[in-house]
Design a protein around this ligand. Sequence first.
Ligand code: G1P
Length: 277
Amino acid sequence: MKKISKAVFPVAGLGTRFLPATKAIPKEMLPIIDKPLIEYAVEEAVLAGIEEIIFITSHTKRSIEDHFDKNLELEDKLLKSGNKEAIQKINRDIFQNVKFTYVRQKFQKGLGDAILQASHLIEDEYFAILLADDLIVNNPSATQQLINVAKETNSSVIGLNKVPKENISKYGVISFADSSKNEKLFHLNGIIEKPKSNPPSDMAVFGRYILSHHIFDYLENLEPGVAGEIQLTDAIKHMLNDHDINGYLYDGTKFDCGSKEGYVQAITYLASNMIFK
Ligand code: G1P
């Protein structure tokens, strides 16, 4: 398998659950202590070897572009005052050779439509998708674990989390063939977005994917699904007819920062473990 070097970050969502905080700033820029939420996932991708970050963005998300760009005026001031530590924080070494690409999603038509906007930037290769709302703390990171499994199995791999019955309808849920020797690896034979009843398992899709470029064949001309949106889950379901896809129950402490509860829990966890230090 060719090196997995590109990651798509869908960040065009409106963040209505965090109003009024997200009236003028994107939800991805909300701080988790001293770093915006988005930086945790970008850092995770880059440390896993990703060289190009493709943001699927919208006109209200300009501050994300600014955040990953240089701020020469600020840098100059910090340089003159000799504050090297602060310069390192706004101009991080690990991001120096990363290419940041921005694609505008004109209409909010769902996660599947957002990913489709990156089709012209992905060649004949596997690529990562990170949903930055889902903050996962682990070393090796969730993305690194999935890349390892994709290489080992030579297949697309979806990150999974075991979710209790009462919450499963909030997620994409997989069904699988029970044949793997590795108890964390599941060979998918079905997937459904936010099942209202009779979920096929307790294995939910959680925030990280490694997919082959073939996904775009199934995203094109896809009919709207749950909530009238073009669902990535539906494209994965169709792709299963022709391609092997695995799910991997990756290790990590997971926070759904798209909800207020998850956001507060993430901050509390990182603060109490001094992970931000
Ligand atoms: C999206 C996906 C869903 C997945 C979830 C968490 O839903 O559509 O399949 O389980 O992210 O990663 P959303 O939370 O955007 O409604």
